[in-house]
Design a protein around this ligand. Structure first.
Ligand SMILES: *Cc1c(COP(=O)(O)O)cnc(C)c1O
Length: 398
């Protein structure tokens, strides 16, 4: 725990926000910071949860513990609707209380003796759970932990590492569309990743929390679109950004039965043991909501509409920064826009923008040393707030 570097990024941002609000009590702060959803959940989903909840108060409707891996109907809906024609069946799917929690349970499965690789920059959860597990040495000045492979993902390499220069690790965490860069890996890039893992006998933990933001039909939404991936990859995903379930809590992990350790034993069997021992299953109410998102065309259309609203906001952000002559990345396939400020430090840019515009962003360096010089701007807010924030940013940066 002592090795964890200056706490978690978002509590630090909250502290700075509070200090700013104290300094400027009348300022209307707009947050384009934390990756939390803001749109209401469509009523087709909440009414299913409400109906189920009320029935819990009746003798006929009451239910206690469910299966640890989740309701069969939901696992089946995920296998069929999210992974059509990819060889994934309901028995490969483990329902969870969110992808963040699955990262921790996977780390418990892997233990402290594994080596891990992460994209740089990346979502902090993979590294921090590795540090807590004891997989790492102390961090250096730039925040790199000894023992972790940082795979630089920058505009200069199309946000994909040159795998020929990446040393073998037991586990590779890979998030696409990526948080924070917003970059969605191409089919060819994911093919390289799968081949690399197959050649090295590594496990890929593929985080597809933002797959519903991918535009068009060309880019893969799941690692299992790549042939051979079922033998090397676990996919974690979530209803959080897909259906606004950040507070409701629901996610899943896919651990295909083809995924085996070097000795031929099943990874899924061990993960099942971890899940049954440390987690008694996701909330039944949340699972009913998850099913309502997937099982009918109305449900699927309702969540698509919400994602579409955030995608409109992203367009406004991309257009604003582009008009200001900034180098802008992401946005097309994710709710995040990644903006470069050459020669400046991320926390300084964050501080200046907050001071001058009362807009909260996220310093790119919080996602790893490779994020230095960038900020992440999130589309998770109302259209009005995003437009207002863009007007302020334009008058400040122009
Ligand atoms: C938000 C997010 C998640 C979702 O976590 P939950 O625990 O399901 O809310 C997972 N991975 C990444 C990269 C995220 O940004």
């Amino acid at each position: 725990m002592e090795k964890l570097r200056n706490g978690y990024l978002f509590p630090e941002i909250s502290m700075r926000r509070e200090a700013h609000q104290k300094k400027y009590p009348d300022a209307k702060v707009i947050s384009l910071g934390i990756g939390d959803t803001t749109e209401p959940i469509p009523s087709i989903i909440t009414s299913a949860m409400a109906e189920y909840s009320l029935a819990l108060s009746t003798p006929e409707g009451y239910q206690g513990y469910g299966p640890e891996k989740g309701q069969k109907s939901l696992r089946k809906a995920i296998a069929e609707k999210i992974y059509p024609n990819m060889g994934i069946t309901d028995t490969d799917v483990f329902i969870s209380d969110g992808a963040q929690c699955d990262i921790a349970r996977l780390q418990m499965l892997f233990g402290r003796d594994v080596t891990i690789a992460v994209q740089d920059p990346t979502f902090p959860g993979y590294v921090d759970t590795g540090v807590i597990m004891g997989q790492t040495g102390a961090p250096d000045e730039s925040g790199r932990y000894a023992g972790i492979e940082y795979m630089r993902c920058a505009p200069e390499n199309a946000f994909f590492p040159d795998l020929a220069t990446v040393p073998r690790t037991d586990v590779i965490f890979f998030c696409s569309p990526n948080n924070p860069t917003g970059h969605a890996a191409s089919r060819d890039q994911l093919r390289q990743l799968v081949d690399f893992a197959r050649g090295n006998g590594s496990i890929v933990v593929f985080d597809s929390a933002y797959s519903s933001y991918v535009s068009g039909d060309q880019l893969p939404r799941s690692i299992y679109e790549i042939p051979g991936a079922r033998e090397v990859a676990i996919e974690i995903s979530s209803f959080s950004k897909f259906a606004g379930f950040t507070g409701v809590r629901l996610g899943w992990a896919v651990v295909p039965d083809e995924l085996l350790y070097a000795d031929g034993t099943s990874v899924a069997r061990d993960f099942d043991r971890v899940v049954c021992t440390t987690f008694n299953g996701a909330s039944s109410v949340a699972q009913v909501g998850g099913l309502a998102c997937l099982e009918t065309e109305e449900g699927r259309e309702a969540v698509r509409r919400v994602v579409g609203k955030y995608k409109e906001n992203t367009r406004v952000l991309v257009d604003t920064f582009t008009a200001l002559g900034k180098e802008v990345y992401g946005g097309d396939d994710s709710p995040y826009v990644w903006v470069r400020f050459p020669g400046q430090r991320s926390w300084d840019v964050f501080g200046e923008i907050l001071e001058k515009t009362h807009v909260i962003t996220v310093p790119g360096s919080g996602f790893g040393p490779g994020g230095e010089g960038f900020i992440r701007v999130s589309a998770f807010n109302s259209k009005e707030k995003v437009v207002e924030a863009c007007a302020r940013l334009t008058s400040f940066l122009a």
